[in-house]
Design a protein around this ligand. Sequence first.
Ligand code: JFZ
Length: 589
Amino acid sequence: MGKVTEAGVTVAMDGTSPEMWGGRSGKAGPVTRGAWLQDSRFAMFIHWGLYAELAGEWRGKRYHGIAEWIMNRAQIPVAEYEQVAARFNPTGFDALAWVRLAKAAGMRHIMITAKHHDGFALFKSAVSSYNIVEATPFRRDPLRELADACQAEGLRLGFYYSQTADWHEPDGVGNSWDWPAEGRDFKRYLRTKAMPQIAELLTNYGPVAGIWFDTPGPITPAESKELVELVHRLQPDCLVNSRIGNDLGDYDTLGDQEIPRLPRPGLWETPDTHNDTWAYARHDHNWKGPREVAERLVRVVSRGGTYMLNVGPDGSGRIPELSARILREVGQWVDAHTEAIHGAGPTPFGPLPWGECTTRGNRLFLHVFQWPDSGRLVVPGLRSKGVSARLAGGGELAVQEVAGAVVLSLPLARPRTLIPVITLELAGPADASRTAYVLNGCRNPLEAGVANRQHCDLQAVSWMEKFGDWKHAECLGGWRLGESVAAWDFQTVEPGAFVLDVEYTCPEAGDYSEWRLEVGGTAVVFPLLDTGERARRAVFGWGELPRFRSYRVGILDLPGPGPCRLSLQPLDAAGAAVRITALVLTPVV
Ligand code: JFZ
């Protein structure tokens, strides 16, 4: 979540700041440790523990949102939660099946919860008997079995370890329902549990790809540093993520579901849920389908990152069949396009309205999310000459030049695949500009983050919808009457008529504010209406709930070919309350 600047940011549990959830490495320089992460590009995240047995329910009540937080949300006393361990017997667990599924999905490493906030160790530990081998009838060590299976199948394995939050220990952070915060000795918890358990993980399971720390909360720089040094002393190649806190990680973990708008330097990853929870919840069926997963993977890779998609095995030890089926289908696509994913580089372009681009040497891979029904695909901003193009599973494509852009002739029928990929072969490294384009034949979002701003702010807004299912948006806000202007500069390759929609959120205070938009010498005035945004939600007593809607302004003619500017300003003081994420231009048909 990092530097969250504005309202719209919820105050986290127990009154701690939003920084309790996240943290950044503060590094964007050359990669020193873990260059393999750049080749891996796609990973399986696994949240599994006692909470999987509860499946999002406690005493007949369902807790929607992230299910691994159930002990906290239902305020389950330690003594009662321990009883879940006494019956946890996931006899369906098959390490090889999980690892083979990850491999079939095209994933190259696995990161699993060794100990989550509930304090329960999913491995044999001499430090605390609250572990799967000693406290459950299962008696097996799943991390041992996974390490062996990963070794056999050639995947890397890393461990999630909740270094700050531990609701099982009086000295760990976060359990206010069993113990008062006074008298808590966090250093004692670090010395007697976290550090020795991390040492066990780094000693007993062979090479560990990374320790994935989380929710740093009140941990001090000295404490974070001590943990990092412990990891690197025991395994110098083991990666530490930025959620160790205090800008000390080897690489950045972004907020979940957070995909940066532009290529981002350095080593980083986006963790993502498959539905709306990390751990298994019986009531959550909101799976991202194969195409959505593949598109999110491509978007992350095209910005230079690694996509870590989570699965939540159930209390029997099985990955939900629907989740597995979707992963297998993604894997067939990844397998056919491994060169465009594993070890692929970021896009040389600015925002491409119809899809994304990944690269390898002198080859560009165009991932066409929106297949044009005109039979023409405009590749804007490509200056390289002597381009040849081939459609995966098809043939050579005719290449033309129109108004300084490369135009490919495509078959009218969209190929039957998750994402059609076109490979452009160039004579040398890509010569491209990052200029934004608005193209006929596809939906063109003009995002908040790329606007030129005068006297208004770019705000990072994060919020939860159910619980812990973080959402992130960049918005234009802080509008001031008579001063603020946001403008988008872009190119067109031909004139066109577009429907313009404004995507925004607005509380009652901004209802009916008037706005003025100008493009190509034409001005349009329109109102924006209250979207039902709530500053506080009754459900948790904390957190803001923005409600994004789109308002259809109307049809506009854009001139072309050539440069174009679209500007927006409030005509009303009430505009101060409005936050805008994008203007969207869709061709009139
Ligand atoms: C944390 C955990 O609390 C959660 O249970 C899960 O393990 C997840 C992967 O990590 O939750 C977070 C932390 C940070 C953000 C979102 C969820 N963030 O910065 O957006």
